[in-house]
Design a protein around this ligand. Structure first.
Ligand code: TPP
Ligand code: MG
Length: 1019
């Protein structure tokens, strides 16, 4: 494994650096004083691009441009003429191209090597920096200075040279520098360069360290004539632009005071997207998953995704919340119109159909990015899209958010990871040159808002958003790139925002000059109409006819919208048919597995191939695991988890676990992937549990070091198909807050807002073992605080009528036995609805001598310990381990607790011989198991009720438990708040002490206090 991924040779890199380091004083000065709008750029000294072959660095120590070089070159040339093999092969090629081939033309014969070199550098300068002279700003406000390396003078040419002929061919180069080119005058060379690189499109691709990719682009950019669209094609583009423009106008007149975050100023986005999708469909794309922010969303929904306009208008009026009607209609709490998602089939120009889904998103800009990518990847899995050409993700961004939000970078970094790649995402930045009220110069430190994508070697196409045909050209090119190279590409659509941030905002407060210009600036539609009318190709009547048609349809749809009633649940995508909404009762199912299946898969996951050489310690672990399966005793956490995965896989489900270091496991307990110590070959036992198991059916993957994007990715993945158990594991639970937006905006509230279910499992290692404030707490309290079950109302708990979990926004568990972990994972799939599951996963219980289960607790055999009245299931509460009768009057204290503190309490109870104390484990904290808690309260009528936790009082489950426990007690006449005795750490700002000795003392004090003979004081 190398430490770098790039394919570039070190020599090429060094050459670039060598050239880049020679900034001229003028360039350096420009860099210092330049501002940072896209239109007011810094001049960065650019590197020349690579020569065909790496040249020994020693020969590159002097500049190509100074006098010594020419002496050097002349010497080289003399040596080459005497004996071509005496010089480096690259110089041999160079001389063959520039001297030998140039000789046939009389005009070229005078061309010196020095001039050839300089011309070469000039062409390179245009390839690298031509975008700096491109006419990108529709408002013409850019005050970019032309980089010095685009000036002829820098290369020693003057106007007198303009009509001299030059030969430019370079070995193995496409486009302008192709060796097959005829000779050209300098004037022609310049004009072609400017046409290619300095028109309405600015190309940035010379950062891509791949000759073939650059050549592919050069071919498209340099040699192709600007694409001439025929009349029919132009009429289609015009039609699409009219739709885009009229749609916004229509909304503006009908709802003059409503916020809609209109697209005005960037209307060419819509025809651009449509043309991109048509091209993508021609190239084999069948499914597109789209993520986008507020700006232009309604327009995209209506015109691109083809959500019925009557529905959009109805939602705009605010009248969509359905009343009565269909059984089990599922409405949630809803969201504002510019956040909703949807999906439709769209016919394409080429006569195909393409399925488009727009993912619902929160206001948090860019947060939807990884969700879209994860969903796309899941679509690829489920459609066997091995080369990833049928399913594609498209992300639309704002200029401010693309540059500012870190999740953009995190998401880009997933793009080439084997278990996260989707074969390339197309990014379109709607770059209106302002973010709310903030100018680019205050919003980013980079020249372009898209610079972040350069880190990933994505090509970037900046385009003047007023030039419809240029927009269409780059949109098509982006689709072609994606389908050819299966990697990300960026379209930077430079436009403007005609109105304020939203329609009721005043932009001139903060951008007065820009808005003076915008006021008098014609729309892109006007400009395109003028262009077409100007050529005589299209007549006024043609244009008017389209306008009339669009207006008529908009008005008809508006009339229909008044009677629009949503009559089907829109949350069910194909795979979800039959799944229940919270309003429909779902049966509780058992999760036990037949003993013979347990044995069989148990053997499969503990057996290694014969010639495989695992690490000694791992070998031992696998021997122990095999013995556990064999004896059926002492099953530990890791084996229980593997059994859950394996049994789900043999039942045909897809299982995917991702997160940092999950393959081995942060605590070296999982060993889901083993490494042969001699060959380095990997082996994943869970890949071999079902017959002919496909490679990806079980996926375990170490992720990049990201929480936000990786959790988002898995969330998106989990939403595609309910028959997949998708898990994300944090390294330690604390780190989950790096993905807080995902928890707040998506996981805890996504179903309520957008009616989309997910059964994503989040594993958050948690527990106080003295590792300090940053490795102890998963911030359980936060997840509990976001739970939406009413603390003062006991819901229906009768098993056949119970919908408690369905009605709750998610489940939070703190499980203490391997068997219970097994069942809670299996429960995620063995039910007719999906709910996120937050698991505070253990650390020291992974190897705790008492934290073991017997295989009989995993099976479905009546009479076995796991089997109770209803069969074998996840236990929401674990009773005291001593067999107690239905009523135990002799018990003086009932300790309720959750998590690993149980084992410490039990140990202390043994030591202090307190047979009058019962300890119950609340395994499922949320939703609160009222029925089981009340059962235990009744069992111990005389017991003092204690809540014991190891977290500080303001953390852990205490705040969540106490009102619910109070509600349960009150219903039984067992007292009030003051009768819930708290034992745990004192309130604290930090989650834990950093001193091990203090930790040990605190821990032993709290455990002792829970078992003290005297009554415990409140609180
Ligand atoms: C994460 C996040 N921070 C702040 C905001 C508030 N906000 C809404 S729109 C906006 C400006 C966005 O600018 P840009 O990305 O350029 O998109 P535009 O509105 O210009 O299309 C801001 C800061 C937000 N929605 N999300
Ligand atoms: Mg913007």
């Amino acid at each position: 494994m190398t430490w770098f991924r790039a394919a570039s040779g070190a020599a090429r890199l060094a050459l670039r650096r060598s050239l880049a380091s020679r900034a001229t004083p003028a360039a350096a000065a420009a860099a210092r004083c330049g501002s940072r709008g896209f239109h007011s750029t810094t001049l960065r000294p650019r590197s020349a691009a690579p020569v065909p072959r790496a040249v020994p660095l020693s020969r590159l120590s002097d500049s190509f441009l100074d006098g010594t070089s020419s002496v050097y070159l002349e010497e080289l040339q003399r040596a080459w003429e005497a004996d071509p093999s005496s010089v480096d092969e690259s110089w041999d090629n160079f001389f063959r191209n520039f001297v030998a081939q140039a000789s046939p033309s009389a005009g070229v014969s005078g061309q010196t090597i020095q001039e050839s070199m300089q011309l070469l550098l000039l062409v390179r300068a245009y390839q690298v920096n031509g975008h700096m002279m491109a006419k990108l700003d529709p408002l013409g406000l850019d005050d970019r200075s032309v980089p010095e390396d685009l000036h002829l003078g820098l290369y020693g040419f003057t106007d007198a040279d303009l009509d001299r002929e030059f030969f430019l061919g370079v070995w193995r180069m496409s486009g302008f520098l192709s060796e097959n080119r005829p000779v050209l005058t300098l004037r022609e060379i310049l004009s072609k360069l400017q046409q290619a690189y300095c028109g309405p499109i600015g190309y940035e691709y010379m950062h891509i360290p791949d000759r073939d990719k650059c050549n592919w682009l050069r071919e498209k950019i340099e040699t192709a004539k600007p694409r001439d669209y025929d009349k029919d094609r132009r009429l289609v583009m015009l039609d699409r632009l009219i739709w885009s423009t009229q749609f916004e106008n229509f909304l503006a007149t009908k709802w003059a005071t409503s916020k809609r975050f209109g697209l005005e100023g960037g209307e060419t986005l819509i025809p651009g997207m449509k043309e991109m999708f048509d091209r993508a469909a021609d190239l084999g794309v069948e499914n597109i998953v789209i993520g986008m922010p507020h700006r232009g969303r309604l327009n995209v929904l209506g015109n691109v995704v083809r959500k019925p306009l009557s529905q959009i208008f109805s939602e705009f009026t605010g009248g969509t919340r359905p009343v009565g009607g269909e059984d089990g209609l599922y409405t949630g709490t809803g969201d504002v119109k510019y956040h909703l998602g949807t999906s439709y089939d769209r016919p394409t120009r080429g006569g195909k159909r393409i399925h488009l889904s727009l993912v619902a998103n929160p206001s948090h800009l860019e947060a939807v990015d990884p969700v879209v990518i994860g969903k796309t990847r899941a679509k690829q899995f489920y459609s066997n899209d091995a080369d990833r050409t049928k399913n594609m993700g498209i992300l639309i961004h704002g200029d401010g958010s693309f540059a500012g939000q870190g999740v953009v970078y995190e998401t880009l970094h997933l793009s080439a990871l084997p278990n996260y790649t989707t074969g390339g995402t197309i990014h379109i930045v709607v770059n209106n040159q302002v973010a709310f009220t903030t100018d680019p110069r205050a919003g980013r430190s980079s020249q372009y808002c898209t610079d972040v994508a350069k880190a990933l070697n994505a090509p970037i196409f900046h385009v003047n958003g007023d030039d419809l045909e240029a927009v269409v050209r780059v949109c098509e090119l982006a689709a072609e790139w994606r389908q050819t190279f299966h990697s990300d590409v960026v379209v930077d659509l430079i436009c403007y925002r005609r109105f304020g941030h939203n329609e009721i905002d005043e932009p001139s407060f903060t951008q007065p000059k820009m808005y003076q210009v915008i006021k008098n600036h014609p729309s892109s539609l006007k400009l395109y109409e003028q262009k077409l009318l100007g050529t005589g190709e299209v007549l006024k009547e043609d244009v008017q006819r389209i306008h009339d048609k669009v207006n008529r349809i908009l008005n008809e749809e508006f009339s229909k919208s008044k009677d629009y009633v949503p009559n089907k649940r829109d949350w069910l995508s194909a795979y979800w048919t039959g799944f229940k909404s919270p309003e429909q009762i779902s049966r509780v199912r058992n999760t036990g597995v037949k003993p013979e299946i347990l044995k069989r898969v148990g053997q499969a996951i503990t057996t290694l191939p014969e010639n495989f050489k695992p690490h000694r310690a791992v070998k031992k672990i696998f021997e122990l695991r095999a013995a556990m399966i064999e004896s059926g005793e002492g099953i530990d956490w890791a084996v229980a988890e593997a059994l859950a995965f394996a049994t789900l896989i043999v039942e045909g489900n897809h299982v995917r676990l991702s997160g940092q270091d999950v393959e081995r496991g942060t605590f070296s307990h999982r060993h889901a992937v083993l490494h042969d110590q001699e060959t380095g070959v990997k082996y994943c036992p869970l890949d071999h549990v079902a017959m002919n198991q496909s490679e990806e059916l079980f996926t375990v993957s170490n992720s990049s070091l990201s929480e936000f994007a990786v959790l988002g990715f898995e969330l998106g993945y989990s939403m595609e198909n309910p028959n997949s158990l998708v898990l994300w594991e944090a390294q330690f639970g604390d780190f989950a807050n790096g993905a807080q937006v995902m928890f707040d905006q998506f996981l805890s509230s996504g179903e309520a807002k957008w009616l989309r279910q997910t059964g994503l499992v989040v594993l958050l290692p948690h527990g106080y073992d003295g590792q300090g404030p940053e490795h102890s707490s998963a911030r359980l309290e936060r997840f509990l605080q976001m739970s939406d079950d009413n603390p003062f109302v006991i819901p229906e708990m009768e098993p056949t009528l119970r919908k408690q979990i369905q009605e709750c926004n998610w489940q939070v568990v703190n499980v203490t036995t391997p068997a219970n972990y097994f069942h809670v994972l299996r429960r995620q799939i063995h039910r007719e609805f999906r709910k996120p599951l937050i698991v505070t996963a253990p650390k020291n219980l992974l190897r705790h001598k008492d934290c073991k289960s017997n295989l009989s607790e995993f099976d479905d055999v009546e009479g076995h310990p796991g089997f109770d009245k209803q069969g074998t299931r996840f236990k929401r509460l674990i009773k005291d381990r001593n067999e107690h009768k239905q009523v135990e009057e002799g018990i003086n204290r009932l300790i309720l607790c959750s998590g690993k503190v149980y084992y410490e309490l039990d140990e202390e109870r043994k030591k202090s011989e307190r047979s009058d104390v019962a300890i119950c484990r609340v395994e499922q904290l949320c939703p609160f198991p009222y029925d089981l808690i009340q059962r235990e309260l009744k069992r111990y009528p005389n017991a003092e009720i204690v809540w014991c936790q190891e977290e500080p009082m303001n953390m852990g489950a205490y705040s969540y438990i106490s009102p619910r426990l109070y509600t349960a007690m009150k219903a039984l006449g067992r007292g009030s708040f003051e009768d819930i005795k708290y034992v745990g750490r004192a309130p604290s700002a930090a989650t834990a002490t950093g001193f091990l000795s203090v930790h040990v003392q605190e821990q032993s004090e709290l455990v002792k206090k829970a078992l003290q003979p005297e009554l415990i004081k409140f609180p």
